[in-house]
Design a binder for this molecule. Structure first.
Ligand code: NAP
Length: 288
């Protein structure tokens, strides 16, 4: 069997067209242009690319984007001052602090300093709490993009056994939480695995939906996948062969029922959900 390729790039294009329409309607009704401010500290090349892609996507959707570049020797106080200024700026609806921050800067403290109403990455503890309680203000971008992919490609989530490999605050943990919630796009039976999990291959083989977010190139091999399972590869690993995922795509696509490629799978959907959250933030700030 050769798996159906879950084309995240094409789906993201469709979703961004929908969002562009919603944004134009919002601007017409309110006179307000949604605006995302990105804060980039230091000169990490990968972060530069991510921020540039996010800005381009904003521009194409009718969302304004602003970039605040700071040198890598920026102090905590200086960074907090920038974040606080953006918190108070009525023209800014979403704030994104690009991670990772250079060494010496306390990520947890910075992410907590972002106003929860402008926290379009959904990293602030208040927003994480709301997600856990199934009354989200913003959905975390990567997990929400994956949920949309599963829903829009008609992959049955309710009752499915979902295996999430990786327990990061950004992907693994919120992924497990949103798929186990009661209601549409949820109701899965979720297992979360990590580096201390015993018998990982055996557990993976039980998954109807396998989501892999560990940052190890081609870690998941064909023998770890149940025939017909849906495999979602979040990994983005820069190797000598180029960008590759956490899944051995060529081998696994012969076993899986559906699979996301890297690149062109989860990445474009993550950015799309960031745009969605920025529009939501602009709406919320208009009514609050
Ligand atoms: P992270 O913070 O580095 O966490 C990695 C997780 O994987 C940890 O929970 C770790 O377990 C687990 N892990 C590591 N090695 C493992 C192993 N051999 N077996 C089982 N579990 C293992 O990762 P992240 O931020 O979630 O990112 C993961 C990958 O996704 C990276 O390649 C990243 O670039 C990519 N990513 C892509 C997108 C996108 O939009 N496409 C977005 C975010 C991240 P412990 O907790 O036990 O250490």
């Amino acid at each position: 069997m050769t798996a159906t390729i879950l084309d995240g790039k094409a789906l993201a294009k469709e979703m961004r067209a929908e969002l562009a329409e919603q944004t134009a309607e919002f601007i017409q009704d309110s006179g307000v242009v949604p605006c995302l401010a990105a804060v980039l500290v230091g000169d990490d090349p990968a972060s530069e690319i991510y921020v540039r892609n996010k800005q381009k996507a904003c521009d194409r959707t009718g969302i304004e984007s602003k970039l605040h570049r700071l040198p890598s020797d920026t102090s905590m106080d200086e960074l907090l001052t920038v974040v606080n200024r953006l918190n108070r700026d009525d023209q800014v609806h979403g704030i994104l602090v690009q991670l990772p921050l250079p060494e010496g800067l306390d990520e947890t403290r910075i992410l907590k300093a972002v106003s929860p109403m402008k926290d379009v990455d959904a990293f602030h503890p208040e927003n994480v709490g709301l997600i856990v309680q199934n009354r989200p203000r913003f959905l975390p971008c990567t997990p929400a993009g994956i949920q949309q992919l599963l829903l829009r490609k008609n992959i049955e989530i309710a009752g499915a056994h979902v295996m999430v490999v990786g327990r990061s605050d950004i992907v693994g943990k919120p992924m497990g939480i949103i798929l186990m919630q009661r209601g549409p796009g949820g109701d899965a039976t979720v297992t979360v695995c990590h580096s201390r999990t015993k018998n990982l291959p055996e557990i993976c083989r039980e998954a109807d939906i396998l989501v892999v977010a560990i940052g190890r190139a081609k870690f998941v091999t064909a023998d770890m996948v149940k025939p017909g399972a849906t495999v979602v590869d979040v990994g983005m690993n820069r190797t000598e062969e180029g960008l590759c995922g956490d899944v051995d795509f060529e081998a696994v696509k012969e076993v899986a029922g559906a699979i996301t490629p890297v690149p062109g799978g989860v990445g474009p959907l993550t950015i799309t959900m960031l745009l969605q959250n920025t529009l939501t933030a602009a709406r919320l700030q208009l009514t609050s």
